[in-house]
Design a protein around this ligand. Sequence first.
Ligand code: NAD
Length: 693
Amino acid sequence: MTKPVLSVIGEMKLELGSGEETAFGNWRLRQDADRIAWAILDGKGSTNTLSEAVLTDLSKLLDAIESQPPKLLVLRSAKPGGFVAGADISEFRDAKDEASVADRLREGHGVIDRLEALKCPTVAVIHGYALGGGFELALACDRRIAIEGAWFGFPEVRLGLHPGLGGTFRLSELIDPTEAMTMMLTGKSAHTKKARQLGIIEAVVEERHVRAAVQALLGKDDDGSKRGLKAAIFDMGPARKLAANRMRSQTEAKAPQEHYPAPHALIDLWETHGGDRDAMQEAEIKSFARLLMSDTAQNLIRVFFLREALKKNGVGKSGIETVHVVGAGTMGAEIAAWCAIKGLRVTISDIKLEPLAKAVKDAASTARDAHLSDIEIRDALDRMMPDPREYGLANADLIIEAAPEKPELKRDLLTSIEARARKDAIIATNTSSLELDGLAAVMKKSGRFAGLHFFNPVSKLDLVEVVSHDKATRKTLSQLNAFVTAIGHLPAPVKSYPGFLVNRVLTPYLLEAALMVDEGIDPVQIDRAAEEFGMPMGPLEVADRVGLDICLHVADSLRDNLDTPIPDVPDWMAKRMESGRLGVKSGEGIYAWEDGKPKKGKGGNHPLPKDAQDRLILPMLNAAVECLRKDVVADADTLDAAMIFATGFAPFRGGPMHYARQRGINDVVSALMELAESHGPRFAPDLGWKDLG
Ligand code: NAD
C-alpha cells in the first residue's frame, strides 16, 4: 500500500492520490501503486467550472484510461472550495441558434457517456459544491463519496434552464424520481445529510479517510448502482402522468409557464420520456437548446452576470474585522448576526436590554437558516457579543448605526460615536431616508462616514446600498464595498439622494397601488396585476411587510425633498396607521396576517382597468431614468441589479431599464404620456428619456 499524500492547498489538505502524474490541460492524472487512477480537475481560477475546454481535456484523459484501464478511477477537484460549481455560464451567452447549441451539447454528452461506460469502476469524491454540470459529472460515476459539508444541486432553473448534460435522466434513475424532479424544479440543493438520505451519495467520510475509503472500494464487486422500486414504478407512463400533473399545478403557482418555461419543459420531458434513457437524452438536448435561446434564459443569465459585476465593486481587502452595531432592533440585530455568521467579531449595543437578548436569540435561528452546523452556530454566537456599555465601540474597525429613523437622534448619536471611535474607524449609518450630507455635517472627520443601507430581511436580501456623500473619501467607500462583498452581500454604490436609489424607484409603485385602492379597486387584484408582470409579490403585500409607517415616512421624505410630484398618501392608509394597523408587525395592515402570510380573498369581480399594470410598473421606470439622469447610480446595469436584488423586480425581465429597452423606449414614453393625461402629472416622462431614445 502506498502512503497517503495530502496535498496542501491554502489551509486545506486534500487527498489527491500519488504516483506518476500526466497533465491533460485542466486535468491531472495520477496512477498510484495500487493501480488506482486519480483524475484531478484543477482548472484556471479558484473555482472549477465545467467548460467546453474541461470536457475536451476530460475526453483526452479518457483516451488514456480506456487504453490502459486502472483498477479504479477516482474523480476529484483540487480546489479547496469544492468539486465543480457548474457550467461555464459565459459560454451560454454567445449561443447563436438552437441547432449549434444542440451540437455542442451532443459533444459534451459524448464525453460524459464515455466516463459512464468505462470498464473500470469509477468514484467521484466530493467536497464542497457539486452543482449543475459538476453534479452531472459526479452522476456519471458509479459511486459518489462525500466529505461532510458537501452539497449537490441543479441551480439551472434559476437561469431559465434545466440540466443539460444528462442530469435529467441520471438523477431520476438514481434516486426517487419525484425527489429528483423536486431538486431540478426548485433549484434547491441537498446538503450532505439530505444527499445521503436521498441516495445521491453512498458514504460520508472525513478528508483524512478518503484514501482508505477509496481503497476499500477495490474489493467491491457491485458497481454501486441500485435502482429503487420508485424509479421502476415511474417507468410506467400512467404513474408519471399523475405525478407530472401534480408537479405542473404546483410549479404554475410559483413559476408561471408564461414567464418561466424551463420547469414546465422539464416536467414535459420527464412525463413523455421518463424511463426511456435514449429518448430522454435527445429530448433533454433539444429542450435545453430551445430554452437557452429564450428571452427568459438570456435575461436570467444577464442577471447572473449583474450579480458578479456587483460583487466586483467590492474587490480587495476591507480591513474590517471587528464591527460594533448601535441599535439592536429589526435591522441592527440581523446585521450583527450576519456579520458574526460571516466570521467577523461583533459587539452590539442598545439603550434597552430586551432587544439585545432578542438579538442573540434570533441570531441562532438566522445561522440555522443559513445552513450552519451546530459547531459553526456556536462559533458564530461566540463572535457576537451583546455590549450594553459599548466597550466594543472604541475598538471596532467599523461602527454601524442602526437606531430609529429620527434625524435629531441620529445626529446626536453620530457625534457621540465619533468622539469614542478609533481615529481610523469607519462610521456608517443604516438610515433609509435621511440625506447623508446633513448627517455628515455633524461629524468632525466626515470623510470616514458613509451610508450602508441594508434591506430587510438582511439574511435574505443580498443588496446593500453603499451611499456616498460629497465628503466621503474614496478609501472609506472602497473599504465599505469590500466589506459588503466579504459578508457575502452585493454592494451597489449610490449617491445620497432622497430615498437613495432603491426606495426612490420603489416608492411610486407602492403609492400608486395605494391610490388604486382609494379608487375602489380590490387590493388582491392590484397585487395580482403586479404579480402577473412578474413581481414576486404585489405592492400592497410589500407595503405591509415593510410596515405602513416606514412606507409613509419614506414617501414623506421623497415629497419634501424631490422636485418631481409624489402623490399624497390617501386618507384610508393614514387612518389605518393611526389605528395601529401597521402591517405584518402588528398582525394587520392592508391585509390581516396569520403565520407570516396575508389572508387574501379571491379579489373583487370588477375587471381591472386596462392600464393597471402600466400604472404600477411605469412609475418605477420613470424614477429609474431620473436616478440615471441625476447620477445617483453609475449606469443602467447597476440600477437593474440593485432593483432585482433588493426588491425582486421581475428577474426574467432583466431589470427595469432592460425591460424599458426590450419593450421600446418610445413605447414606454408614449404610455407614460397617456397615463399622465388620464391620471395626472405624476406620470409625466422624466427628461432623461430623451437621452435613451
Ligand atoms: P427599530 O425601531 O426596530 O430598532 C431601533 C433600535 O434602536 C431599538 O431597539 C431601540 O431601542 C434602539 N435605540 C434607540 N435609541 C438608541 C440609542 N440612542 N442608542 C442605541 N440604541 C438605540 O428600527 P429598525 O427598523 O431596525 O431601523 C433602524 C434603522 O434602519 C433606521 O434608520 C431605519 O430607517 C433603517 N432601516 C430600516 C429598515 C426596515 O425595514 N426596518 C430597512 C432598511 C433600513
